[in-house]
Design a protein around this ligand. Sequence first.
Ligand code: DON
Length: 304
Amino acid sequence: MRSPILDYLDAIVEQTGHIDSGAPADYIPELAAADPNRVAVALCTVNGTVYAVGDADHEFSIQSMSKPFAYALAIEDHGLDYVLERVGVEPSGEAFNELSLDPETGRPRNPMINAGAIATHALVRRDERPAVERILALFSDLAQRPVEIDEGLAASELATGDRNLGIAYLLHASRRLAGEPSASVEGYIRQCSANVTVRDLALMASTLANGGVQPNTGRRLFSRRTTRQVLSVMASCGMYDAAGDWFTSVGIPAKSGVAGGIIGVLPGQVGVAVFSPRLDGHGNSARGVAMMERLSEDMGLHLM
Ligand code: DON
């Protein structure tokens, strides 16, 4: 018998079908070619049960939804204090691709904007593998399947990545980048180019909801303290200069991605993921935000 939760998620997709505002990102050529009508929703409970509807098996790039997980790895590698000295936790109030440096310390405002994410990527330890391979291995552990990089997309973004390169060189000039600028940007862009589905993302989000323990494998992928830090920064910075609107209307820690995904986490309960490529003015999925608002209202996700 089909779960009534799947019927409910179908209804969420149906009831937001009229939302066709915005357009796929066009500053990354490969993203501009995305089918704007694709849509998917998934949720995963902290006991590991996944419910997914729509284009649930469609792969798209994780983009900025990768940033919370790279941040977790950097904290696990160096400890929170070390990372905090190098990347702040304050919302920037600006778009994700603004430089946004703390005027007193020169460090990037937070790890969710590009400047902070590039600096964070450069902090992730390279063992015998490049940092991006460790990040990819973490994605695979979280998703319970091999997650791979869309090499064509990565090449597409690298070819048009001047803004991120400029940010990286400015960080490096102020001794706020723990790596060589072009290598750090290449690793960061490859991190963003990992292909995921909403099923994968719901499992990733449910691991955060589950205190850092992957709900099906039982593997602790990050500490409870690291998870608390990541969720706190997602709550205040994850939706960029729409963070205030988001937290008042949806009310859960979240992170968006420029390919049209959003993940949300209700700690101790559930991880949620939505996908629709058309973006609003903040670089967040317009229909994705609407679907999350409905989910929050109907399922009582709001933390307040
Ligand atoms: O660096 C960039 O601009 C992209 N790889 C990621 C930006 C992004 O996902 C913004 N979030 N909505």
